[in-house]
Design a protein around this ligand. Structure first.
Ligand code: NAP
Length: 469
C-alpha cells in the first residue's frame, strides 16, 4: 500500500455544520485513509493508537490518543486493526459499553474462521453495538476518490439505530451503503472481497475450451489436410484465416448458450408442471452467468469484425486477386456476373452488420449504468426479444454465408464438415425449441406455470419438504 502524504492533500471542512467526532482505532493504511476522508467531509477525527504520537503520515487536524482516551471522545469507533489483534479490546469493555464498533476487517482466506470477524468482535465486547462496514472499500480507493467499482459499502448489524448511524456516515463520505441485514450476513460480506471473478470463471473456461477445440478442428481441416493430400503449405492460415473462423463460431455458440438455459428451464417447468421446484445447481449457476457469457461472446464478435476488416489488405487475398485478373487477361475470359451470388454476398454481409449492431446494443444495455435507467419490462424486452433477434440474425448470417456449400459432400475433409456447420448446431437447436415454446398452446401453459399455477401442488410441496405425500 502506497503511503499518503497528508500535507499535500487539501482539507475542506464545513465549519457551519458541526459533525460528530469519529474515533478510529489503528493508525495503519486504512485508518489513515479513512481519517483523511472523514476530515475532508467535516468530521473531527480522533485516533486511538498503541503509540499516541502525531506523525507526518497522519492527516492534519486529527488527534492521536490512547485507545481508552480516544474511545471516550466518540460514540462511533472504527476498528482499523486486523482481527488477530482484537484481544486487547477486552480490556476496554467498560469504556466501549454502548458504543458503535465498526468492524472493517477482512481475512486472507474465504471462511478462514468459524465465525465472522464482526461476530468475534461482538463476543469480545458484548456491551457494544457491532456493525460490519467498509471492508469492501480499499484504502487506495479512499485516497484516490471513490471510483465506480468501489462505491458500494455493505453494512450489516443487529442494532438498527447503530446500523443507521453508520449508513449515514457512509453516505456523508460520498459512498453508497447497502443494508445486508443482521450481523449474520457479516461472513458473506467478509468473503466478498476475497472472491476472484466468481461469475466469470465458467464463461472464460468454457470459451477457452471452445476456442481450443475449434482452432484444432480448423487446423486439421485447413492446414494438415491440404498438406497431406496436396503437399501445400497452408500454415499462414494460422495467423488470420483460422482465428477469423474460430472467433465468429465462438461468438455465435456462446450467444446461443446465453439463451439455452432459459429454454431448458422452460422445458423443466413444463415437465414438472410447477415453477416452485428448484432447478439443478448447474442450471442455476449457468443462468447466473448469462451476462458474462454474452459479454465474452460480444468480445469474440468484435474480434471477428476487426479481422474481417483487414481481409482486403492481406497478402494472400491481394495475390489471389492479382493472379485471377492476370489469368483472365491471358485467357481473354472474364467471369460472368451472377446476380444470385451478389445477392447472397450482400445478404450475409448485411445480416452480419445488423446482428453485430444488435449484439453491441445488448452489451451496452447490460452495463449497470444503463440498465439502472430502464425498468424491468424494458430490460426484459432488450435482453430477451432483441437478444433472440440478434441470435436469429447472426445464425442467418452464418447460414447464408455457408449457403449450399455446407451440404456439399466435396466440402467434407476426413469426413469433417466445415467448422461453420458446427457453429449452427446450438443456435439452431435453441431457435427451434424456442419456436416450439412460443406456440400458443405451449406458451399458455408456460405462462400459467410462471404465474404460480401448479399441475400437482401436492407433489411440489412434498418435494420441497413442506408436506408428506
Ligand atoms: P495496517 O496498515 O497493518 O494497520 C493496522 C494497525 O493496527 C496498525 O497500524 C496498528 O496501529 C494497529 N495494530 C497493529 N498491531 C496491533 C496490536 N497488536 N494491538 C493493537 N493494535 C495493533 O493494516 P490496514 O491495512 O490499515 O488494515 C486494517 C484493517 O482494515 C484490517 O482488518 C484490514 O483487513 C481492513 N481493511 C483494510 C483495507 C486496506 O485497503 N488496507 C481495506 C479494507 C479493509 P497503531 O500502531 O496506531 O496501534
Amino acid at each position: 500500500m502506497e503511503k499518503i502524504h497528508t500535507d499535500e492533500l487539501p482539507l475542506t471542512t464545513n465549519s457551519s455544520e458541526k459533525q460528530e467526532t469519529v474515533c478510529i482505532f489503528g493508525t495503519g493504511d486504512f485508518g489513515r485513509s479513512l481519517g483523511f476522508k472523514l476530515l475532508q467531509c467535516g468530521y473531527p477525527v480522533v485516533f486511538g493508537s498503541r503509540n499516541p504520537r502525531m506523525s507526518s503520515l497522519l492527516p492534519k487536524g486529527a488527534e492521536v490518543l490512547s485507545h481508552s482516551e480516544a474511545a471516550q471522545k466518540s460514540d462511533i469507533i472504527i476498528i482499523a486493526i486486523h482481527r488477530e489483534h482484537y484481544d486487547f479490546l477486552t480490556e476496554l469493555t467498560e469504556v466501549l459499553n454502548g458504543k458503535i464498533l465498526v468492524d472493517i476487517s477482512n481475512n486472507l482466506k474465504i471462511n478462514q474462521y468459524p465465525e465472522s470477524n464482526a461476530e468475534h468482535l461482538a463476543q469480545l465486547v458484548p456491551g457494544a453495538h457491532v456493525v460490519k462496514a467498509f471492508n469492501t472499500i480499499s484504502a487506495w480507493a479512499l485516497q484516490s476518490g471513490a471510483l465506480d467499482a468501489s462505491r458500494q459499502v455493505f453494512v450489516s448489524g443487529n442494532d438498527s439505530t447503530a446500523k443507521q448511524r453508520v449508513m449515514d456516515l457512509v453516505r456523508a463520505l460520498g459512498l453508497t451503503p447497502l443494508d445486508q441485514g443482521s450481523l449474520v450476513a457479516a461472513k458473506e460480506i467478509e468473503n466478498y472481497p476475497l472472491q476472484l471473478f466468481p461469475m466469470w470463471r465458467f464463461p472464460l473456461r468454457l470459451s477457452a475450451v471452445l476456442c481450443l477445440f475449434l482452432f484444432l478442428y480448423c487446423v486439421i481441416r485447413d492446414v494438415i489436410y491440404p498438406y497431406v493430400y496436396e503437399k501445400k503449405d497452408e500454415t499462414f492460415r494460422l495467423a488470420v484465416s483460422i482465428p477469423n473462423r474460430v472467433f465468429p463460431i465462438a461468438a455465435l455458440t456462446l450467444l446461443a448458450l446465453v439463451y439455452l438455459p432459459g429454454v431448458i428451464a422452460a422445458i423443466l417447468q413444463l415437465y414438472r408442471g410447477t415453477k416452485y421446484r428448484r432447478f439443478p445447481a448447474w442450471l442455476d449457476h449457468w443462468m447466473l452467468c448469462r451476462k458474462q457469457l454474452g459479454l465474452v461472446a460480444l468480445g469474440f464478435a468484435f474480434l471477428h469484425a476487426i479481422y474481417t476488416l483487414v481481409i482486403p489488405i492481406r497478402y494472400y487475398v491481394r495475390w489471389r486477386l492479382k493472379n485471377l485478373t492476370v489469368t483472365q487477361v491471358i485467357t481473354n475470359k472474364d467471369s460472368p456476373f451472377i446476380p444470385s451470388s451478389a445477392w447472397l454476398n450482400d445478404a450475409y454481409v448485411s445480416l452480419g452488420i445488423l446482428g453485430f449492431f444488435l449484439f453491441v446494443l445488448l452489451g451496452i444495455t447490460s452495463l449497470p449504468s444503463v440498465s439502472n435507467t430502464v425498468n424491468w419490462r424494458e430490460f426484459r424486452f432488450v435482453q430477451s426479444k432483441l437478444g433472440y433477434l440478434t441470435l436469429i440474425l447472426c445464425t442467418a448470417h452464418t447460414l447464408v454465408y455457408g449457403g449450399k456449400k455446407f451440404l456439399n459432400p466435396s466440402f467434407l475433409r476426413w469426413c469433417l464438415p466445415s467448422a461453420y456447420v458446427l457453429a449452427l448446431i446450438i443456435p439452431c437447436t435453441v431457435l427451434v425449441i424456442k419456436f416450439i415454446l412460443i406456440m400458443p398452446c405451449i406458451d399458455k401453459t408456460l405462462t400459467r406455470i410462471r404465474q404460480g399455477w401448479e399441475r400437482n401442488p401436492k407433489i411440489s410441496s412434498a418435494l420441497n419438504g413442506k408436506t408428506d405425500i
